[in-house]
Design a protein around this ligand. Structure first.
Ligand code: ATP
Length: 232
């Protein structure tokens, strides 16, 4: 029996605006993402990548077609279902939104607070362990302002992964990083995804990291196609 897909998208269309200003951005998108898969989405600016990522992340309403995440249909789902689902998704977005008044470990611990089955003591230990696994064992007590861009991004990754989400969505996670930090960051994500059996969907313009992908999806003018990884 094949595993239950993490993401199942069928014939999704998406438009912004209404009336004469209505503009279709996504056209007939279909794809399936399996547990443990690292999927990279590339494509020119404005082609619709972030729109699709936010649809998958239950951050905007699915208008047309079917979009299932962790076997839950998002189209027509109630807000409470969507809130529940979002707890199972790790988000790593470009502006890492760390809270400057909190230490690194507290920023990571925050995302465990939604999980009522974890005690404060446990969640601190889990946060510190996750920071260690992204190479920040010595930095758990620092505030974001005391960290470099690459280190902040690693804190954001630790925060997204500490609750072991089944799905991780990352929008340009390496954009602000130098070559080595960018490489480190995606390799950490890849390793943790494989260990935890999570799926990762990563939007990037950064050609240097394409080799971490199991599959590359290319978006062009709102249409999605698969690129052959072996041919790259
Ligand atoms: N809230 C919105 N209202 C209206 N149009 C929008 C909205 N969000 C995005 N768009 C438009 O949808 C199109 C696709 O945008 P999207 O951000 O998905 O592209 P992208 O491929 O992620 O681009 P980039 O690589 O520059 O981030 C663009 O033409 C954009 O202007």
């Amino acid at each position: 029996m094949s595993p239950i897909p993490i993401v199942e998208i069928q014939n999704v269309n998406h438009s912004f605006g209404s009336g004469r200003l209505r503009k279709q951005i996504l056209f007939d998108i279909s794809t399936t993402i399996q547990p443990g898969e690292v999927v990279i989405m590339t494509g020119p600016s404005g082609s619709g990548k972030t729109t699709l990522l936010t649809l998958i992340g239950a951050l905007r309403a699915t208008q047309d077609g079917s979009l299932k995440v962790l076997a839950q249909e998002l189209r027509g789902a109630s807000e409470s279902k969507l809130v529940e689902l979002r707890r199972n998704i790790g988000y790593i977005f470009q502006a890492h939104n760390l809270l400057n008044s909190l230490r690194a470990w507290q920023n990571v611990q925050m995302s465990l607070e939604l999980h009522s089955d974890v005690s404060k003591q446990q969640s601190r230990a889990m946060a510190e362990e996750m920071l260690a696994s992204v190479g920040l064992a010595e930095w758990v007590n620092q505030y974001p302002n005391e960290l470099s861009g690459g280190q902040k991004q690693r804190v954001a990754i630790a925060r997204a992964l500490v609750s072991k989400p089944k799905l991780v969505l990352a929008d340009e996670p390496t954009a602000a990083l130098d070559k080595k930090s960018g490489r480190d960051v995606v390799e950490i994500m890849q390793r943790l995804a494989k260990q935890q059996g999570s799926a990762i969907v990563l939007v990037t313009h950064d050609n240097r990291i394409l080799d971490v992908a199991d599959r590359i999806l290319h978006m062009e003018d709102g249409y999605l196609s698969s690129l052959d990884v072996a041919a790259l």
